[in-house]
Design a protein around this ligand. Sequence first.
Ligand SMILES: Nc1ncnc2c1ncn2[C@@H]1O[C@H](COP(=O)(O)OP(=O)(O)OP(=O)(O)O)[C@@H](O)[C@H]1O
Length: 274
Amino acid sequence: MIAATESVVVRFGDRTALDGVSIDVPAGQVVALVGGDGAGKSTLLRTFVGEVLPDSGTVHAPGKHDIGFLCAGPGSWAALTVRQNMDFVGGIYGLSGNELAERREELIDRAGLGDAADRLASALSGGMRRKLGTAMAMLHRPKMLILDEPSTGVDPVSRIDLWRLTSEAAADGAAVVMSTTYLDEAERAGHLVVLDSGRILTQGSYDEVRAGFTGAITSAAEPVRPEWSWRRGRERHEYWEDGHPGTDAETVTPDLEDIVIALSLTRRREVGAS
Ligand SMILES: Nc1ncnc2c1ncn2[C@@H]1O[C@H](COP(=O)(O)OP(=O)(O)OP(=O)(O)O)[C@@H](O)[C@H]1O
């Protein structure tokens, strides 16, 4: 195992950001963290780089030199061009000469930044900047790649470039852990972890998460219990935790979005009730 957390608890004052989180990040796999705002995704990623120390539990991760990290912020220097940003980071990791130039050009090309290579980072769009930050994180071929929302703000076509970059890094043996707000992306990861208010609601491959989901979901224009429903296209989906819909509305096969919302609603009810 390249990296793992065991029962990690992180508190900020009286707020619990992580509440007993255990995950494994093996070599050669992409682990995707999903969950709403404030779920604890950034905090979990930051424990791996030592930016956040757990109040209890343990974190195993490679040394700093073997980690590539794209943080939630800009992830590059605004006053440097794309190439200069890459060279600067390469220098920090001891890359130079032809080795650095070849790796830099390969990643600029694969990230679809070829036309912007001599543009200042400050002049890039938000999505291009995420792509540059991702390329910078993987420049030195780290054993572990930690990416905080690499694809947020990236257009759908470029998201495919980014996904290819990260999955190729995993195929080359890196342990990749990334947060994402795009559930279609998470579905493609080898392992996904669904977080809500610092707790893991479910984790596993997409197939395992689907197989472990219990209850039924129905689809109708008008839900019976609005507090257990959410909008999907023109309809509203409704969750029946005991598996017995109290309606004759059509039952649907849940996708990841349905599963994440249904589990989050259940968890919030439990927290509210306790
Ligand atoms: N430095 C901090 N000081 C105080 N509270 C913090 C700090 N960092 C995070 N938190 C709180 O911890 C919880 C988890 O935050 P975190 O940023 O990890 O969530 P997230 O899943 O990454 O969400 P988002 O996508 O909105 O960034 C939130 O309630 C947040 O307000």
